[in-house]
Design a protein around this ligand. Structure first.
Ligand code: B12
Ligand code: SF4
Length: 445
């Protein structure tokens, strides 16, 4: 039997060329699927973000990982294979949160984590009797010590950073977040020993822990950090700002080689935080200042994530977020337009309030463009939200901002490595910001 694994691209750039993600990372989920596949099954991996898919090559089963922003393209790829009578199975966030829609484009879908369902899918595919839907029960990630088959990632031009997962899911239920909806507010993690073995078995010293919240279980995180110290790696991850409350956690984090995290600040308005359910503590007088000071005292380079378009946001208040970011000289920042991801409470609320644009399915709509508002904000027009978000991104990535932010002795000037990280990734994000704006999803008009 031959299995083909596919990571779909997003779409087509405003100028008409297919998007080629210059900062693409290894598709970890496909490595995990391959790792769970018995060795007597041949496996090929194709990354639509950087190579053509050889539809005519012989294969017995195609497995595609689907996120909401790649759903349109994934369905196009699935149609090509199904036209050639090759069975297609879809899995990942989007089929889990939108199973009925995904079912219409595949022979079979898997909802939830692959770990609990994949052996049965392969057996059924080999016997020619795939079921229409496999509802995987929740498991720990890579249960049983599965190791991703990283040799499949070679020569695809991925960034030189190894993706590893320790924990999965999140206890919080922020209303806009697909992770809260997918994980049903459960957090699980792998045995620390498995993670250490996996890191030792690959040859890079720069790791991205793709956990949704690396500090979700503080005791487990401390156990991991202690075990990482002898490995002498450098690593980055994602986490909630409440991490700074625990000085032992922060000290271990730093000693284990942490360079920084993606941290969701989301908004500077406590009313927005309360409405979204984000558990950040925003002091009424000092805002996030004390927490950011604490982060910097550990020398961590922060990738601050903001979401624009909450009900209390105005064009003016959004501009305040840019001033705030510049004042704190964050190493990186993301200013994402709030998106109604299907399956989230925010999506359901926008639907109830009749505020969804693009027929309520922006991810499938031929007119939808990347980084555009896909709902009607409360205090501004969708066009004003799109334009303000783009303007903030432009200013943040401008030469003055870069120069000002670089000059932070506690973070970006702390070491040659920190300075190199600042410039290499800021250049990448800068060019991606402009390229991706107004991109359409999928390849067919
Ligand atoms: C790392 C990461 C990134 C990396 C890129 C990773 C890469 N390889 O390309 C970066 C930081 C660049 C990134 C960017 C973005 N990301 Co991202 N990312 C993640 C993150 C944190 C981890 C992904 C991962 O590797 N997980 C580990 C693997 C093992 O887990 P998994 O993918 O879920 O796969 C498991 C199951 O889902 C299932 N499964 C998955 N695929 C398949 C396929 C089959 C056939 C089967 C059977 C099962 C199966 O089994 C797997 C094993 O259990 C996820 C959150 C998450 N928990 O996954 C968000 C996530 C996927 N990203 C998300 C988003 C929105 C984005 C952005 C659009 C953000 C933005 N506004 O710019 C961009 C767009 C990317 C782009 N192409 O431009 C959302 C997607 C929501 C959705 N409904 O689709 C997520 C879920 C985060 C969130 N909070 O909601 N991302
Ligand atoms: S804390 Fe982060 S990962 Fe958890 S639900 Fe909220 S936004 Fe999602």
């Amino acid at each position: 039997m031959h299995l083909t694994l596919i990571k779909p691209n997003m779409g087509v750039l405003a100028g008409g060329n297919r998007y080629k993600d210059t900062g693409r990372m290894e598709p970890l989920q496909l490595g995990v699927l391959a790792g769970m596949t018995p060795r007597n099954i041949e496996v090929s991996l194709f990354d639509d973000r950087c190579e053509d898919i050889p539809y005519e090559a012989r294969t017995d089963l195609v497995a595609i990982t689907v996120e909401t922003f790649t759903a349109r393209r994934a369905y196009e790829i699935a149609a090509e294979y199904r036209q050639r009578e090759v069975p297609v199975v879809l899995g990942g966030f989007h089929p889990t949160l939108c199973p009925q829609e995904a079912r219409a484009h595949a022979d079979s879908i898997v909802t939830g984590d692959a770990e609990a369902a994949w052996p049965e899918v392969l057996d059924d595919a080999a016997a020619g009797c795939l079921k229409p839907c496999y509802q995987a029960r929740a498991t720990d990630p890579q249960v049983g010590g599965t190791v991703p088959r990283r040799e499949l990632f070679r020569e695809k031009g991925y960034l030189p950073i190894t993706l590893v997962q320790f924990g999965r899911g999140c206890h919080h239920g922020c209303d806009y977040c697909a992770v809260g909806a997918y994980s049903k507010r459960q957090h699980t993690h792998r045995p620390v020993g498995d993670v250490i073995d996996e890191i030792r078995a690959q040859n890079r010293k720069f790791i991205f822990f793709v956990d949704d919240n690396i500090v979700a279980d503080r005791d487990a995180a401390k156990e991991l950090f202690r075990a990482l110290i002898p490995l002498k790696i450098k690593w980055v991850s994602q986490g909630t700002i409440d991490m700074v409350e625990d000085s032992q956690l922060m000290t271990l984090m730093r000693r284990s080689g942490c360079l920084g995290h993606v941290i969701g600040f989301e908004t500077l308005d406590p009313r927005n935080l309360a409405a979204s359910g984000k558990p950040n503590r925003l002091d009424l007088v000092s805002g996030y200042d004390e927490q950011i000071k604490a982060l910097k005292s550990y020398g961590l380079q922060t990738w601050a994530a903001f979401t624009l378009g909450y009900d209390c946001d105005t064009v003016e208040s959004l501009r305040g977020i840019l001033d705030f970011s510049l004042r704190h000289k964050f190493t990186f920042s993301a200013y994402n337009v709030l998106m109604p991801y299907p399956g989230t409470p925010f999506y359901e609320r926008m639907k109830r309030e009749d505020r969804l644009l693009y027929d309520g399915q922006w991810w499938l709509h031929p007119q939808y463009r990347v980084n555009h508002a896909s709902f009607v904000p409360a205090l501004m027009s969708p066009e004003a939200l799109t334009a303000t978000a783009f303007d903030i991104r432009k200013r943040w990535n401008g030469p003055l901002s870069l120069a000002k932010r670089f000059l932070d002795v506690r973070t970006n000037l702390r070491s040659v490595r920190s300075a190199a990280l600042f410039w290499s990734y800021n250049s990448l994000f800068r060019s991606e910001t402009f390229r991706k704006q107004n991109m359409s999803l999928g390849y067919t008009p």
